[in-house]
Write a protein that binds this ligand. Sequence first.
Ligand SMILES: [Zn+2]
Length: 416
Amino acid sequence: MTTAILLVFLLFFLLEYAVETALLVVNLRHVARVGAEVPAPLAGRVSEETARRSRDYTLAKGRFALLSGALGSLFTLAVLLSDALPLLDGRLAALGLGGGHRFVAFLAVLSAAYGLFGLPFSLWRTFVIEEHFGFNRTTWKVWLADQAKGLGLGLALGVPLGYATHAFMAGTGRLWWLWLFGFLTGVQVVMLWLYPALIAPLFNEFSPLPEGELRARLEAMAREAGFRNRGLFVMDASKRSAHSNAMFMGLLRPRIVLFDTLVERMTVDEAAAVLAHEVGHFKERHVQKRLLLGLAASLLGLWVLSLLAAWPPLFQAFGFAAPSWHAALALFALGGGAFTFFLAPLGSWLSRRHEYQADRFSVRLARAPRALGSALVKLNGENLSNLHPHPWYSRWHYTHPTLLERLQAIEAAARA
Ligand SMILES: [Zn+2]
């Protein structure tokens, strides 16, 4: 039985790696071949310089993803198949740790190992690739402060959450996964509520959008849409990166947050069209649907975890002498991705559908389809997004339709 379990796991793990790598390689070869051309419908709207830089950025990121993906997969295989986890468990037991203490210590060591492993990749991405293309504005000081705050926050939230999770698993009987689900849902709601007020300000500054034409236009639009909110804020995103965006923070009455980079570079019409798109996600209930879908997925995940945790051959297959809650969680977290990876295209498809709907909503609300189009072209250019994604790659991974697909759909909506 244990051999069969290992074989099924390896099969899915290698299949995931093969599919992911093949998609990346197909995409990169496609981009290397035609990436420097401006697509015909974008002639005059995108400069040749932008097209060339987009190609170079896509290639640089993609090649790095090939390397980091290969090393990351090797690392996970080594952790799972080398007896490292059972050895760690034995060490903790020898230290006299049991119950909740062992659960938390085991997962903390594992997270620390993954954190350390990922560090050089994150550094390279920020200070070499993003730097080279002029996106990085993070200084070493900001970076180190981010790491320290992230670690502090991880400990302050993760440790109590770990103890609570163990208490639910070990102390609430056969239906522990339902109890834990209820608890985690509550935590998530509280976090959504606390995040804008307590956590986000640790990393960024938020100031009210100054009075003026932009503010008046956006407020009038939010009123017209009946969009309840806690006001308009500008976030100092330029402290870390030159990428620009707009988003909401909060649950029922969210704050509308514009990146300072967006405010600087968009016309009033463009910013209004972008914001109307975001309002569309709320009014069309995408945010609510995604939240429910996420809850359903975590309920399903916890149920599967409860079955696996009660199945001793799984633990034997990965070298554990006996089942334990922390081993179950670790195996689930490290090995589960190989199975859920194949659901990714479904999630991407649903997300793209929502993006089309939000674009149509923006056309109706802001009545500035041209500005929406030019805002997307600007965003695409500023972010150096790939102008020539391979269709297989974009079908699998893209949560947004490609620039060309969106522009065509916006034109169709404006005609209708
Ligand atoms: Zn969107």
